[in-house]
Design a protein around this ligand. Sequence first.
Ligand code: UDX
Length: 462
Amino acid sequence: MIINSKLWLNLKSKAINGQQKISVIGVGYVGLCTAVGLASKGYFVTACDIDPEKIKKINRGIPPFYEPDLQEKLSECIKKGTLKGLHKQTNRAIEETDFTFVAVGTPSKPDGSIDLKYIEEAAGNIGLALKEKETYHVIIIKSTVAPGTTQNLVKPILEQKSNKKCGKDFGLCMNPEFLRQGSAFNDTLNADRVVIGSYDQRSGDSLEALYRDFYKPQAPPIIRTTLSTAELIKYASNAMLATKISFINTIANICEKIPSADVKVVAKAMGLDKRIGPLFLDAGLGYGGSCFPKDVKALIACSKNFGYDPELLESTENVNKKQPLKAVALARQQLGTLKDKKIAILGLAFKPDTDDMREARVIPIINQLIAEDAHVVAYDPVASSTAKFIFKSEITYTTSLSSCLQDTDLCILVTEWPEFKNLKPEDFIKYMKHPNLIDGRRIYNPQEFREKLNFTAIGLGP
Ligand code: UDX
């Protein structure tokens, strides 16, 4: 069923405090998962983006990126008519709906701070559309922005372009997202908490009512706060998780100096303390992806802007910068010189179940191996085509694990894909010229592997 705009306006959608339909500006991970999550629960959602190709795909029921369960739910929503994509046309999206989530990108600038050009553009277009609107409308910033941005940048643009008053003619909220790639859609439906920062009471109440309706019967805890606190909660959460990872990697590096010490056992015992908890204590080659590196840098830049030097966060970042090169140091320990050695790399994606290589820890590792004249052969179940844009013809790409290991002098396990976890020492011995293995993600049993091949791992004492 194709729904034209007149019919859309007249559709009887769910009523929440008189608010009915929802628009989402920006259909990246956050925007599309939010749009499909809402549409799958029966709300009428309009998703807008400046990229016509993305919108074409969405209207055909195809997500522009891979996420488990998203394709199925998106095509269901398109068929049912609860979701439609619009190319630009922010004015139409505002006119047809009562809530607008802004989920445009906030990329990093060279100094670590975030580039707000897409936020400014979206706020400008929404402001112009609000000028034409007669009823109260709630704008919700979902993009990750530095504390103060919604109040000091978004609000003035909206007021100026619409010639209307925030808190009276329209409402403004900040509602950060905590979803993870690989489980983004599921995380949208099953949040640990909802954070609502609001400029005015009415918009915060409306958004809370929307979430209570969305999650019924069991809504997660809903935290109501100011715009800036909501913005900081997002950065603080990601910085805490990143710091936990850099902390355990520091302990791993200490373990490597202590005979018979093992960071995996240290982390397991630490994690049983309820105050510490077991999650995000997996030592390895450090964190990558589109969020942690960018958000830690942005929080450092923002904090310095406010006149505070966040030394702890700088250490978190520094540890993470050095951590991947530990794999190269261990390789040198095993082989002496790396010149002309054939080195197998297992895993290219920044984590399993994605083809995303943004800030992947494998990038500095491969660059260093190339700089030391090693010959790199890589295998990843899905990320090879992404890697080709980065390394071009500087490395060899293989389509199977066995062809990657064939005749190599050393193997570095970089991403813990399930198919690598099942490997036995015999699998390496069978294909490699010299079975030297570095476990960069601690997925192999050291006793078993040390007995049968030349094995080292992050956080394992001599
Ligand atoms: C993260 C946050 O978890 C999410 O809440 C936020 O909204 C976006 O950023 P994501 O980047 O998708 O999500 O991945 P995540 O699963 O958190 O892993 C991030 C990185 O940390 C990966 O490179 C992963 O390998 C690494 N990691 C994670 C560790 O090195 N050790 C751990 O114990 C956990």
